[in-house]
Design a protein around this ligand. Structure first.
Ligand code: ZN
Length: 151
Protein backbone atom coordinates (compact mmCIF):
# COMPACT_ATOMS: atom_id res chain seq x y z
CA UNK A 1 0.00 0.00 0.00
CA UNK A 2 1.32 3.40 -0.95
CA UNK A 3 -0.43 6.60 -0.06
CA UNK A 4 0.77 9.44 -2.28
CA UNK A 5 1.02 13.10 -1.26
CA UNK A 6 -1.91 15.16 -2.59
CA UNK A 7 -1.14 18.43 -4.37
CA UNK A 8 -3.17 21.25 -2.83
CA UNK A 9 -3.84 24.85 -3.81
CA UNK A 10 -5.69 26.30 -6.80
CA UNK A 11 -2.52 28.04 -8.07
CA UNK A 12 -0.50 24.83 -8.51
CA UNK A 13 0.63 24.54 -12.12
CA UNK A 14 0.03 20.78 -12.33
CA UNK A 15 -3.59 21.25 -11.25
CA UNK A 16 -4.03 23.84 -14.01
CA UNK A 17 -2.48 21.85 -16.86
CA UNK A 18 -4.28 19.76 -19.48
CA UNK A 19 -3.17 16.14 -18.99
CA UNK A 20 -1.67 13.81 -21.58
CA UNK A 21 -3.53 10.75 -22.81
CA UNK A 22 -2.28 7.42 -21.45
CA UNK A 23 -0.69 5.76 -24.51
CA UNK A 24 -0.78 2.23 -23.09
CA UNK A 25 -1.97 0.54 -19.90
CA UNK A 26 1.40 -0.57 -18.56
CA UNK A 27 2.41 -2.08 -15.22
CA UNK A 28 3.53 1.39 -14.14
CA UNK A 29 0.08 2.80 -14.91
CA UNK A 30 -1.61 -0.01 -12.95
CA UNK A 31 0.73 0.59 -10.00
CA UNK A 32 -0.07 4.32 -10.11
CA UNK A 33 -3.82 3.53 -10.10
CA UNK A 34 -3.43 1.21 -7.11
CA UNK A 35 -1.50 3.90 -5.24
CA UNK A 36 -4.15 6.46 -6.18
CA UNK A 37 -6.84 4.14 -4.83
CA UNK A 38 -4.92 3.78 -1.54
CA UNK A 39 -4.63 7.57 -1.43
CA UNK A 40 -8.32 8.29 -2.04
CA UNK A 41 -9.38 5.61 0.46
CA UNK A 42 -7.16 7.11 3.14
CA UNK A 43 -8.38 10.64 2.34
CA UNK A 44 -12.01 9.39 2.34
CA UNK A 45 -12.57 11.09 -1.01
CA UNK A 46 -15.10 10.24 -3.71
CA UNK A 47 -12.47 10.37 -6.41
CA UNK A 48 -8.96 11.43 -7.34
CA UNK A 49 -7.27 12.42 -10.59
CA UNK A 50 -3.68 12.06 -11.84
CA UNK A 51 -2.69 15.73 -11.42
CA UNK A 52 -3.70 15.59 -7.74
CA UNK A 53 -0.87 13.14 -7.11
CA UNK A 54 1.56 15.03 -9.32
CA UNK A 55 1.04 13.03 -12.53
CA UNK A 56 -0.19 14.90 -15.58
CA UNK A 57 -1.90 11.86 -17.10
CA UNK A 58 -5.47 11.40 -18.29
CA UNK A 59 -6.60 8.97 -15.61
CA UNK A 60 -8.62 9.08 -12.43
CA UNK A 61 -10.49 7.03 -9.87
CA UNK A 62 -14.16 7.60 -9.15
CA UNK A 63 -16.53 6.06 -6.64
CA UNK A 64 -19.14 4.27 -8.78
CA UNK A 65 -21.60 1.79 -7.23
CA UNK A 66 -19.66 2.16 -3.95
CA UNK A 67 -16.56 0.86 -5.70
CA UNK A 68 -13.41 2.84 -6.50
CA UNK A 69 -13.26 2.49 -10.26
CA UNK A 70 -10.21 3.39 -12.36
CA UNK A 71 -11.00 5.37 -15.52
CA UNK A 72 -8.20 5.60 -18.09
CA UNK A 73 -8.53 8.25 -20.84
CA UNK A 74 -12.11 9.07 -19.82
CA UNK A 75 -14.17 11.09 -22.26
CA UNK A 76 -17.63 12.44 -21.51
CA UNK A 77 -19.42 11.93 -24.82
CA UNK A 78 -22.92 13.01 -23.75
CA UNK A 79 -24.38 15.28 -21.08
CA UNK A 80 -28.04 15.75 -20.22
CA UNK A 81 -29.66 19.16 -20.61
CA UNK A 82 -31.08 18.79 -17.15
CA UNK A 83 -28.73 20.21 -14.53
CA UNK A 84 -28.64 20.49 -10.80
CA UNK A 85 -26.54 22.34 -8.24
CA UNK A 86 -24.81 20.78 -5.25
CA UNK A 87 -21.96 21.73 -2.97
CA UNK A 88 -18.70 20.02 -3.84
CA UNK A 89 -15.40 19.71 -2.06
CA UNK A 90 -12.02 18.70 -3.47
CA UNK A 91 -9.05 16.89 -1.93
CA UNK A 92 -6.83 19.56 -3.47
CA UNK A 93 -8.79 22.42 -1.87
CA UNK A 94 -9.08 21.47 1.80
CA UNK A 95 -11.86 23.22 3.70
CA UNK A 96 -13.52 24.70 0.60
CA UNK A 97 -17.08 23.76 -0.36
CA UNK A 98 -18.73 25.44 -3.32
CA UNK A 99 -22.03 25.05 -5.17
CA UNK A 100 -21.41 23.68 -8.67
CA UNK A 101 -24.04 23.33 -11.40
CA UNK A 102 -23.61 20.26 -13.60
CA UNK A 103 -25.62 18.05 -15.95
CA UNK A 104 -27.52 15.36 -14.02
CA UNK A 105 -26.63 12.49 -16.39
CA UNK A 106 -23.66 11.69 -18.59
CA UNK A 107 -22.27 8.99 -20.83
CA UNK A 108 -18.54 8.37 -20.37
CA UNK A 109 -16.14 6.33 -22.47
CA UNK A 110 -12.90 5.07 -20.91
CA UNK A 111 -10.47 2.18 -20.73
CA UNK A 112 -10.62 -0.11 -17.72
CA UNK A 113 -7.56 -1.51 -15.93
CA UNK A 114 -7.39 -4.29 -18.54
CA UNK A 115 -7.19 -1.71 -21.32
CA UNK A 116 -10.71 -2.59 -22.53
CA UNK A 117 -13.02 0.12 -23.88
CA UNK A 118 -16.00 0.78 -21.63
CA UNK A 119 -19.13 2.88 -21.98
CA UNK A 120 -21.22 3.82 -18.96
CA UNK A 121 -24.24 5.96 -18.44
CA UNK A 122 -24.21 7.59 -15.01
CA UNK A 123 -26.55 9.87 -13.16
CA UNK A 124 -26.81 11.78 -9.92
CA UNK A 125 -23.85 11.64 -7.56
CA UNK A 126 -21.85 9.26 -9.73
CA UNK A 127 -22.21 11.49 -12.80
CA UNK A 128 -21.15 14.44 -10.64
CA UNK A 129 -18.05 12.68 -9.31
CA UNK A 130 -16.90 11.66 -12.79
CA UNK A 131 -17.44 15.20 -14.13
CA UNK A 132 -15.42 16.61 -11.21
CA UNK A 133 -12.56 14.19 -11.91
CA UNK A 134 -12.61 14.76 -15.68
CA UNK A 135 -12.44 18.52 -14.93
CA UNK A 136 -9.16 17.85 -13.12
CA UNK A 137 -7.82 16.23 -16.29
CA UNK A 138 -8.54 19.51 -18.15
CA UNK A 139 -7.00 21.71 -15.44
CA UNK A 140 -10.39 22.87 -14.13
CA UNK A 141 -11.23 23.22 -10.42
CA UNK A 142 -14.48 23.91 -8.56
CA UNK A 143 -13.37 27.50 -7.88
CA UNK A 144 -13.74 28.12 -11.64
CA UNK A 145 -17.53 27.69 -11.57
CA UNK A 146 -19.48 30.91 -11.31
CA UNK A 147 -22.52 29.44 -9.64
CA UNK A 148 -24.34 32.06 -7.61
CA UNK A 149 -23.83 31.26 -3.93
CA UNK A 150 -26.92 30.14 -2.06
CA UNK A 151 -28.18 33.27 -0.33
ZN1 ZN B 1 -11.13 17.56 -6.90
Amino acid sequence: MAVLPIVTGDDQTILRTQTEKVPKVTKEILKLLRDMEDTVVQAKGAGIAGPQVGRSLRLCIALINEKYTPLINPDIVWKSEEEDTMEEGCLSLPGIWLPVTRPVSITVHYLNAKGKKQERKLEGMEARIVQHEVDHLEGVLIVDYQTAPLA
